[in-house]
Design a protein. Sequence first.
Length: 328
Amino acid sequence: TNAPVKVAVTGAAGQICYSLLFRIASGSLLGPDQPVELRLLEITPALKALEGVVMELDDCAFPLLSSVHIGDDPNDVFEGVNLAMLVGARPRSKGMERSDLLEANGAIFTAQGKALNDHAADDVKVLITGNPANTNALIAMRNAPDIPAERFNALTRLDHNRAVAQVAAKAGVPVTEVTHMTVWGNHSATQYPDLFHTEIGGRNAAELIDDQAWIENEFLPTVQKRGAAIIEARGSSSAASAANATVEHMRDWVLGTPEGDWVSMSVPSDGSYGVQEGIISSFPCTVTDGEYSIVQGLEIDDFSRAKIDASVAELVEERDAVTSLGLI
Ligand code: NAX
């Protein structure tokens, strides 16, 4: 059998991980033939709760779960890891300014970037889910100079999946008919889910739906504000769907995207589509042999251009803020 892949997960006692860890251990991430070793990071006060989660992992007797290691020191937990899913982050609490939030997360992601730099395996891939995901990923990336920059991604796959579900419902087709979805920009309310390259059953989605008012006034805000709608309905933020998206992003990054389609991934910009370098922004991407590439050559009309530019401007602002805080 294959040697276990070492998978680090942070925020392991939190609500996303209560789904995520079980999906990874059951084989959803790397398939039914690949054992995994889980290496779980939490803050000290949450270690006891994490022990309870590990008891439940034990009680599943997952055939693919070779071992579980837990701790509160990233230098120990990240030792030799091949995949790192950084889910744990500092949420915004009452009265916290945006700069306080960036600073609190900066402390987490500078330390974790350095620990990955010093201890992770040479082939490590790092996916940041914890918010503000794109900027946290940038901080980790910039604090890990020995790891190639393109090994740091942030999660916009949940936004992508939400957009696929909304457009499938509108068109009255199964989600499997919807392909070539792209979410551009930041994982925030400025994100731009683009229907002008999306296809439904192989036909252009915007043309097929033929309802610009629906796109602007219903589709975009529904996808952009879906996180808030979940909180409103459920009383807590999306967890199982965020775990699912985290698994799907990492799975596609390792095993490849489906032939003839692409997915949305937040990756370090190389200047494609006029998105300035030095930020981590969402693009349409394909993956072959474990390496992603940004899909090239899509035509961007004025409507899409303005939406992409607005979200990119927000990322640039966040980048400037963490630069002036000395975090990168
Ligand atoms: P929870 O508050 O349930 O869990 C977070 C866990 O992280 C806690 O157990 C906490 O102790 C731990 N933690 C905090 N600092 C840590 C550190 N330095 N090292 C290790 N662990 C640490 O949040 P949950 O609902 O699981 O959400 C986790 C993060 O995902 C949040 O930042 C959230 O905003 C973000 N999300 C991102 C999404 C995306 O699409 N990119 C969507 C879902 C979610 O909102």
